[in-house]
Design a protein around this ligand. Structure first.
Ligand SMILES: N[C@@H](CCC(=O)N[C@@H](CS)C(=O)NCC(=O)O)C(=O)O
Length: 232
């Protein structure tokens, strides 16, 4: 049976999962969730993921959410080798560290500064800016300290995908990251060496860039947490 991925077309976690599926040449059915209509907030979707977040992988009834867990599962279940997710404990620890760093520190701040003010009634503030600048600075330091082409070694690993889709959000709003040279170089290298994977992130980026210019009207969404922006 074909794998199913419930994904949102401009969601960085969904885009990261789509990149690993493409890298591993896995056939799957892409089921687009309409965030704007609140499809993921309905009871039906909550049966797939009680967190009511996107993405969710359905592997013949085996349901998995949290994009990092999905990335790890896909390589372990379907990868031909351990290149994307090395088995060596220290090499794997670096990959795991970068995945945790993205989830808990880097993308969470990008989500707050870049994404939330596009979709909801939040502002970009000096504090949210300072937080993303710190996150970029830390990421830059990790790349500099390890001295490798990719975030956890000289070849791409599953940790690069979510960090790429997170960093893409900066480009979507024309946020200049050139003050972080190691991040800038890594980002450009990925685009150059993996154009097919980058195309997946670029599709999401185009949508985010458009929403940045023309913010969507999500008043009907009645989001349980995020305040809707009043439209004129
Ligand atoms: N930690 C989760 C985060 C997933 C996530 O937050 N997805 C967003 C879409 S990009 C979402 O579904 N948010 C729920 C909402 O805003 O209602 C993961 O990595 O899969």
């Amino acid at each position: 049976m074909t794998l199913k991925l419930y994904a949102v077309s401009d969601g960085p976690p969904s885009l990261a999962v789509r990149m690993v599926l493409k890298y591993l040449k896995i056939d799957y059915e892409l089921i687009n969730i309409d965030y704007g209509s609140g499809e993921h907030l309905k009871e039906e979707y909550g049966k797939k993921n009680p967190q009511k977040e996107i993405p969710v992988l359905d592997d013949d009834g085996f349901l998995l959410s949290e994009s990092n867990a999905i990335l790890q599962y896909l390589v372990e279940q379907y990868g031909q080798n351990d290149e994307l997710y090395p088995k060596n404990p220290k090499a794997r620890a670096i990959v795991n560290h970068r995945l945790c760093f993205n989830l808990a520190f880097y993308y969470s701040r990008i989500s707050e500064h870049v994404m939330a003010p596009i979709f909801f009634d939040y502002k970009r503030t000096p504090l949210s800016l300072k937080k993303v600048q710190m996150a970029l600075d830390v990421f830059n330091t990790y790349l500099q300290q390890l001295g490798t082409k990719y975030v956890a070694g000289d070849h791409v690993t599953i940790a690069d995908f979510p960090l790429i889709s997170a960093t893409m959000c900066f480009e979507a709003i024309n946020f200049d990251i050139s003050a972080y040279p190691f991040v800038t170089k890594w980002y450009a290298t990925f685009k150059e060496e993996y154009p097919d994977l980058w195309a997946i992130a670029a599709g999401g980026m185009a949508e985010i860039a458009e929403f940045e210019k023309n913010p969507p009207d999500l008043q009907q969404l009645n989001h349980p947490i995020h305040p809707a922006r009043k439209m004129k």
